[in-house]
Design a protein around this ligand. Structure first.
Ligand SMILES: Nc1ncnc2c1ncn2[C@@H]1O[C@H](COP(=O)(O)OP(=O)(O)O)[C@@H](O)[C@H]1O
Ligand SMILES: [Mg+2]
Length: 243
């Protein structure tokens, strides 16, 4: 175990006889936030994993609530980042995104110059954007996805999710207002059903009834519009700094 000064601890955990590297975030190490009830972030991380699992996209590494050396906390399977994976973010000419890239925002890069922050037009990021819209994720910055050596992309750090108020803060605005894919439509149908059944029951210990209801409503709204959400004018919709 290392880095005990931080709320995130790196450890190994054993489950069903299998030992694997994990991150462990004890509830006791959670920093209080003005807009989320104290002591609930670990449960939100587990809830985000449950939703991801129900999509079939497996975007969130397996995550559990467990008792650890610093008390109960969330334990999540460690994903080894692929150092050779292509960059998913870039700064490009403010005139427009290059082919294969989508614009996020024009940013001041000092000395009176601006650049266009862009993300790749990548199917894995597009799925993550749909998941984040369902989770109401308030913190999808560039350090919160990890490309793994097997070519998969994993989302991490889902402590600030499931608020009843719209708090979607993400870099993944490249598809704003565009129709979701047919695959995502199918996933949203499945999620709506699951939220009324098994998934709803799995989320209930971690979320309030109002948060669960708001999650159903977000899925319902996404199905109705069939479109990726657009940035809100009344909420800082882009995490800054972006990584
Ligand atoms: N499941 C994971 N696999 C690999 N690295 C992780 C994982 N979860 C967190 N990390 C690493 O630990 C850092 C801090 O974790 P994060 O979940 O972002 O915690 P915090 O709440 O402190 O921001 C991440 O930026 C990432 O480098
Ligand atoms: Mg983080």
């Amino acid at each position: 175990m290392t880095d005990a000064s931080n709320a995130v601890l790196y450890c190994t955990a054993t489950l069903d006889g299998v030992t694997a590297p994990c991150v462990y975030k004890p509830v006791a190490g959670e920093r209080p936030l003005w807009d989320f009830p104290d002591g609930t972030l670990a449960g939100r991380e587990v809830a985000a994993y449950e939703v991801s699992a129900a999509t079939g996209w497996a975007l969130v590494p397996p995550t559990l609530l467990r008792e650890g050396p610093h008390g109960p906390g969330m334990v999540q399977l460690w994903v080894e980042p692929d150092a050779d994976a292509p960059e998913l973010l870039d700064l490009q000419d403010p005139a427009g995104a290059e082919p294969g890239w989508l614009p996020i925002v024009r940013a001041d890069v000092g000395a009176g110059r601006t650049a266009l922050l862009v993300h790749r037009d990548d199917d894995r990021l597009r799925r993550l954007a749909v998941l984040d819209a369902v989770l109401n994720n308030a913190d999808r910055k560039g350090g919160h996805w990890i490309p793994a050596a097997d070519g998969r992309l994993y989302g991490i750090d889902h402590g600030v999710t499931f608020n009843v108020q719209g708090k979607l803060r993400t870099l993944l605005w490249g598809w704003a207002d565009q129709p979701v894919t047919a695959e995502a439509q199918d996933v949203l149908v499945r999620l709506a059903e699951a939220l009324d059944g098994d998934l709803g029951a799995r989320l209930a210990p971690h979320l309030t009834a109002a948060e669960l209801r708001a999650t159903r409503e977000r899925v319902g709204a996404l199905r109705l519009t069939g479109r990726h959400p657009a940035p809100s004018a009344d909420w800082p919709s882009i995490p800054w700094p972006p990584v």
